[in-house]
Design a protein around this ligand. Structure first.
Ligand SMILES: Cc1cn([C@H]2C[C@H](O)[C@@H](COP(=O)(O)OP(=O)(O)O[C@H]3O[C@@H](C)C(=O)[C@@H](O)[C@H]3O)O2)c(=O)[nH]c1=O
Length: 180
């Protein structure tokens, strides 16, 4: 597993080592011991999630506040442009975002620690998105920050307005959202 630091403190891009042979290929997508060594602490993942999104679907920017979730995310079909926003007031990167393309082809994973909001845009072929989370889903603790809040200025690679859920159409402004 190769690790690439991003501009945001604690937000890490991971590249699994892929073993290819005449049958196809193999890689470990999660190894608890190695992951703890990479990020410097134990994380206990309690839920695995999978979503499928049609092209131009945008989900986000989501987080839980009382039950924050660290998320280890990857794409198993298609591609997304994935975004994390640092909501940790004490962080030197508070309020900053980072975007990266995750695809079945590049096999990259993004580790998004607790204290970030997260979202993604499904690119041209749509995407199957798989992720592990470090706390359970708490419906009443979910928050959504507007994907297009000018205060964040996220430069989404959009050719047309995205397809959104009702919930995501009613996201909060960054300034009104609870922080960490
Ligand atoms: C997130 C979640 C949703 N659900 C249900 C609620 C709802 O009926 C249906 C779809 O939920 P949502 O519209 O919230 O799904 P979605 O918009 O895909 O939500 C996800 O977005 C990305 C960006 C994240 O970072 C995730 O943490 C999560 O918030 O699935 C669960 O049963 N468990 C869960 O953990």
């Amino acid at each position: 597993m190769k690790i690439i630091e991003t501009a945001l403190n604690g937000l890490l891009l991971l590249e699994p080592v892929v073993f290819a042979d005449e049958r196809g290929e193999f890689c470990e997508t999660f190894n608890a011991r190695r992951f703890a060594a990479l990020i410097g602490r134990e994380v206990s993942f309690v839920q695995d999630n999978r979503s499928h999104s049609r092209p131009n679907v945008l989900r986000g920017l989501h987080y839980q506040h009382t039950h924050p979730q660290g998320k280890l995310v990857q794409v198993t079909q298609g591609a997304v442009w994935d975004v994390a926003v640092d909501l940790r007031r004490a962080s030197p990167c508070f309020g900053q975002w980072h975007g990266v393309t995750l695809s079945a082809e590049n096999r990259r994973q993004l580790w998004i620690p607790e204290g970030f909001a997260h979202g993604f845009l499904a690119l041209q072929d749509g995407a199957e998105f798989c992720y592990k989370v470090s706390d359970y889903w708490h419906a009443g603790d979910e928050y959504c920050i507007r994907w297009d809040d000018p205060a964040l200025g996220i430069d989404w690679p959009l050719a047309q307005p995205p397809v959104l859920s009702d919930k995501d159409r009613q996201g909060l402004n960054f300034a009104d959202a609870p922080m960490f």
